[in-house]
Design a protein around this ligand. Structure first.
Ligand code: AMP
Length: 515
């Protein structure tokens, strides 16, 4: 892999007309237009500020701020200055933040000004003395200080293998682990996606991306932002997702990326029509499984087939449904391994499985991370002896290499010695009339070790009868897979990326069979 600073590679793709709009905000009181020159100058000034702090090489710079164009510039400035970006979910509370600060030992921290009091105290206690603020209305000490710096800056030379970012995994169980991603990991993946998803060169009309995802996660920070930047494409920038407002902007855009929940919310908007989507080129979904109903409903309503892809913090993107022909995009699958990505399915004992057999998904490629920050044992555990990364996802690959995810290995339920894959049972439950969604989990059971429990939501206006659903399932699937209890709720707990938090469901229902 060529040695290149990721920022320098992105900048090289800026259009020659630096005064053209790069980013237009969609939900600020007045629309703000940022030109490519603004990105160039703003990141230079921030990079100069960072350099003036004389931080040790490859310092971690932790950032917990609301989404804004300045926050994106800060990310780019950290790359530019050759340090390591460490984004933190804005939902993290004090005890979580303390863990990240103690674990990552950032040399600099940026937070919202309303949190400055407690965050700076925590930071100082752990030896982090450079604490700045950045708010989503273009205020804060970071911008005040950067305003006095030069707008000329030479990107620091980085090798492909040098660290660019640490992403703490959502960590549904145990402590979060910091996935170390290099400049080469991120750049190689961005280039593959640019080609695979057919990003259009400016000469062919270019692309316009609606960016409505958070930027503390791989999906919004890397896949979406890198996609647009590396293609010199304009972004319509939402600091938070608003289905109605997004639908209104679709006629000006060509690409949208979302998690499945965003698609269900778009479908709830009457304005989502074929006409509104006529100029769109691509709708991408990922980060959590896309229900087949959403896939079908969206095609009916918009005339577009959602392209589902699969990836994770540790590897960026791994598989994608094909871009062309659109008819090759298969609902319920995450598509085929991306060029350069090797993917195999192995049994728990490490034996290779045949096409169609379910097992652990393992991957190799230039996109695969360097390991977990300061966790050599955990890193060693998660790689095989022949250096394939064990994703922790369970799935299968068909003869034609389409991959289907069945669940996370830690969500696998073992009841009375039988393996139950939650996704299989969820699939059957979701087809029962009146059911909107379901989550199947295992909870402790004196006899069986674990018992299968389903938590289900109803479609608008439908009433669900748990006894009747269980009876219907008994006619369709083996008895050991049928939930021992089915609980109807109004909403499933989800994290910011739309993933159902099964750990919370397990915790909530752990006492069901306590006796
Ligand atoms: P994160 O590291 O937070 O991005 O989470 C990565 C995990 O999200 C993967 O290991 C998968 O379990 C899940 N995931 C991502 N994309 C998909 C998808 N398209 N379908 C099903 N699960 C997905």
């Amino acid at each position: 892999m060529k040695d290149e600073n990721l920022f320098a590679a992105l900048r090289a793709a800026f259009p020659s007309d630096l005064d053209a709009t790069a980013i237009e905000t969609a939900d600020t009181p007045l629309p703000l237009l940022y030109t490519w020159r603004d990105l160039e100058r703003g990141t230079a000034m921030m990079a100069n500020l960072i350099e003036s702090l004389d931080l040790p090489p490859a310092s971690r710079i932790a950032v917990q701020v609301e989404k804004s164009v300045e926050a994106l510039m800060l990310y780019l400035a950290v790359l530019r200055a050759g340090h390591v970006y460490l984004p933190l979910n804005t939902a993290y509370q004090a005890s979580e933040l303390e863990y990240f600060i103690a674990n990552a030992e950032p040399a600099m921290l940026v937070c919202a000004s309303r949190h400055f009091g407690w965050v700076s105290k925590l930071a100082f206690q752990h030896g982090t003395h450079n604490v700045f603020t950045l708010d989503d209305d273009r205020t804060g000490t970071l911008l005040m200080r950067a305003a006095f710096k030069s707008d000329q800056h030479q990107p620091v030379v980085r090798r492909a293998d040098d660290l660019a970012a640490i992403i703490y995994t959502s960590g549904t169980t145990g402590r979060s682990k910091g996935a170390m991603l290099s400049h080469g990991n991120l750049l190689s993946n961005a280039r593959v996606l640019q080609d695979f998803w057919g990003w259009r060169p400016a000469a062919e009309g270019g692309d316009v991306l609606i960016h409505a995802l958070p930027i503390f996660h791989v999906h919004g920070l890397f896949v979406a932002s890198h996609g647009a930047l590396l293609n010199g494409s304009r972004m319509i920038w939402f600091s938070r997702f608003d289905a109605r407002a997004v639908v209104q902007r679709l006629p000006e855009a060509t690409v949208f990326m979302g998690v499945p929940t965003l698609y269900t919310r778009l479908l709830a908007e009457p304005g989502l029509t074929r006409q509104a989507c006529a100029g769109m080129r691509l709708f991408v979904s990922g980060s959590a499984p896309l229900l087949i109903e959403t896939f079908n409903d969206f095609r009916d309503r918009s005339g577009h087939t959602i392209l589902e892809r699969y990836g994770m913090s540790e590897t960026v993107m791994l598989t994608s449904n094909p871009y062309r022909p659109e008819s090759a995009r298969r609902g319920g699958t995450v598509g085929v391994p991306l060029p350069g990505v090797q993917l195999r399915v192995h049994s728990e004992r490490g034996a290779p499985l045949h096409a169609g057999e379910i097992g652990g998904i393992e991957v190799k490629g230039p996109n695969v991370f360097k390991g977990y920050w300061r966790m050599p044992e955990k890193t060693a555990d998660d790689f095989t002896t022949d250096l394939w990364f064990k994703t922790g996802d369970v799935g299968k690959m068909d003869h034609d290499h389409y991959v289907t995810i069945v669940g996370r290995s830690k969500d696998l339920i073992i009841t009375g010695g039988y393996n139950v894959y939650p996704a299989e049972v969820e699939g059957y439950i979701n087809e029962i009339p009146g059911v909107a969604e379901s989550a199947v989990v295992g909870v402790p059971h004196a006899d069986f070790g674990e018992a299968v429990v389903a938590v289900v939501t109803a479609r608008n206006g439908a009433t669900l009868d748990s006894v009747a659903i269980i009876a219907a399932l008994k006619n369709q699937i083996a008895n050991f897979k049928v939930p021992k209890q089915l609980i109807v709720v109004t909403e499933l707990p989800r994290n910011a990326m739309g993933k159902v938090q099964k750990n919370l469901l397990r915790e909530q229902h752990k006492g069901l069979f306590a006796a």
